[in-house]
Design a protein around this ligand. Structure first.
Ligand code: CU
Length: 235
């Protein structure tokens, strides 16, 4: 051990360990699972959200960062959150699927997710993983390359997070129960959404959610709320 202080290889090892230590950051997020009222296409309903946001908060990080998300369930529903696309190396118990890697977070309870975005960069997303709560409980995870490391893709014209989803006027938990009871197919969605907005093509909907997508006109990455990352290219 005393040789360690004079050995070149020992100094190199120490510097690598030191560099790894300083180049990754731990990022903390506080997610409160809450109900809120929203109005879409002139009809109001209560949805489950995170921090009263629909879509939910964006997690921003850099490759190799550790993410810690404290989830407090303030709704009457059981829930979990799944980190879609995160590889979960040596942390599969924080992956999120209910009854598979964890028990649901019960009403009034807390759970802390802890995972590392090891060797991952790009745009991923998170969503609820209990029943149809994922219909309104979702958001993006943006993972930038480390400082000084170029992006593996061509530099985009503009960065814009686009989350595609479906929207039902009815309560989604009730819809799921009805589908299970009947054994039939679930009711089709009342609207497709971009970043939670149905856009102007639907009756009584004038919000500008789709305008952003129209304006882009360049290669962009989009996230679909069941798990595909696609590229949209102007035709
Ligand atoms: Cu998923």
């Amino acid at each position: 051990m005393s040789n360690c202080w004079i050995s070149y290889s020992c100094i190199l090892w120490l510097s690598i360990v030191f560099n790894l230590h300083v180049s990754a950051t731990t990022r903390f997020y506080d997610f409160k699972v809450q109900t809120m009222r929203i109005t879409k296409m002139c009809k109001s309903k209560q949805i489950v959200s995170i921090n009263q946001m629909f879509p939910g908060p964006v997690i921003y990080a850099q490759e190799d960062d550790q993410i810690i998300v404290k989830v407090t369930n303030e709704t009457p529903y059981n829930t979990t959150l799944h980190w879609h696309g995160v590889r979960q190396k040596l942390s599969c118990w924080y992956d999120g699927p209910s009854y598979i890697t964890q028990c649901p977070i019960l009403s009034g309870q807390k759970f802390v997710y802890k995972f590392t975005l090891e060797k991952q960069k790009g745009t991923l997303f998170w969503h609820a993983h209990v029943s149809w709560l994922r219909g309104t409980v979702y958001g993006a995870i943006v993972v930038y390359p480390k400082m000084g490391i170029p992006s593996p893709f061509r530099n985009p014209y503009k960065e814009q997070i686009i989350l595609l989803g479906e929207y039902w006027h009815k309560d989604v938990v009730q819809l799921e129960h009805e589908a299970l009871e009947s054994g039939g197919a679930p009711t089709p969605a009342d609207a497709f959404t971009i970043n939670g907005h149905p856009g102007p093509n639907y009756k009584c909907s004038s919000n500008n959610g789709n305008k952003n997508a129209k304006k882009l006109g360049k290669k962009i990455c989009a996230l679909y709320n069941v798990g595909f990352v696609v590229k949209l290219i102007k035709s």
